[in-house]
Design a protein around this ligand. Sequence first.
Ligand code: FNR
Length: 378
Amino acid sequence: MSVILNIDDLERASHLSVDQMTWDFWAGGANDLQTVAENKAAFADYRIRPRYMRDVTAVDTAPKTEIFGKKFTIPCGLAPSSMHKLAHPDGEIATASAARSRNWPMAISSYSSVSLEEAKEAGVDNLLFFQLYVFKNRETTTDLVRRAEKAGFKAVLLTIDSPYLGLRFSERRNKFKLPRGLEPGNFVGGRYAGPIDFSVEAKSKSKGPGTNDDLLMESKPNVVDPALNWDDIKWLKSITSMEVWVKGVMTGEDAKLAVEAGADGIWVSNHGGRQLDGCLPTLHALPEVVDAVKGRIPVHMDGGIRRGSDIFRALALGAAFVWIGRPVLWGLKYDGQIGVELAEQILEDEFKLAMALSGTTSVGQISRVHLTKKVSAT
Ligand code: FNR
């Protein structure tokens, strides 16, 4: 493919060169992929109300507020996803370098393919969030958190939507396995009790509800703790001075509980539709979360963002910031660091144009008045 004009082109281009097992792993979601599709489709439920005859010569895409004292290029960042070396030999080093070069923030997965320390060296101040799964083995969990703090991360991003793993048929059909030589970078060399075993065989021994087909979590004894609850926010805060953000909040009720539990930030997410299929799309969860939080802590979101006008719509519904998941992997597969930078540039250009064409010159001007719900034909 010669010209990449948008994120869909990038998706197609990466598909051409990736093996089927990896492609299915990225594209996949839980069960019927209803939520995967609806995350994306939900943006079309809102239409932009443009205003004209305003001077839009200069459009500033910088976020309204800083994150950890840093001003980024646009209110969009690189969400955590596992094992970037499946996409490119440089893995998260390439992703973190792309975050740094275009001044985007990044969050790294617990299941990165390089260690959090190595990635932090490449991402420096742009790699801010360490995404955490709380394992049953709290010593392992504590050690990971302490390592992240020591490496200079600013926040733990606690993923709460995965007490068990969503059922992903494609991974099971493919008998998904990490290629030889690829290991989760934070766990290499028997560092913690028990290996992280990514094979389908290991998973099939799972005893939790459902058959738990996620290969990246079924392992013994480092398996994710299904007993995790709001009191654990206090526990996390007691073992680190980093901020604690909560990823996976999907309702106003949980948003309120997160604030009460002392969370420093909320990230509306349904794991890109990979966990509970049939749950609401994140864009539809966003307004109730924003209303429940009442500005007490920042509200971010991810899920289905593929266009600059999607970023605009999420901000108009009250997100302070949005994050992209799969487009990062597509960029990485397409051309390593340069491919991720291309994804960033596409979204920057599109977002700037969406702002200008709707009559806004700064991010702070974007609000609910810029949206209307799509009216269905009768
Ligand atoms: C993810 N996501 C994810 N989230 C998380 O908290 N920890 C993780 O290790 C992973 N791993 C992961 C792997 C893959 C292959 C994908 C596609 C996603 C979820 C991710 O952070 C984010 O919530 C979604 O990807 C956002 O949706 P979009 O942008 O992919 O539609």
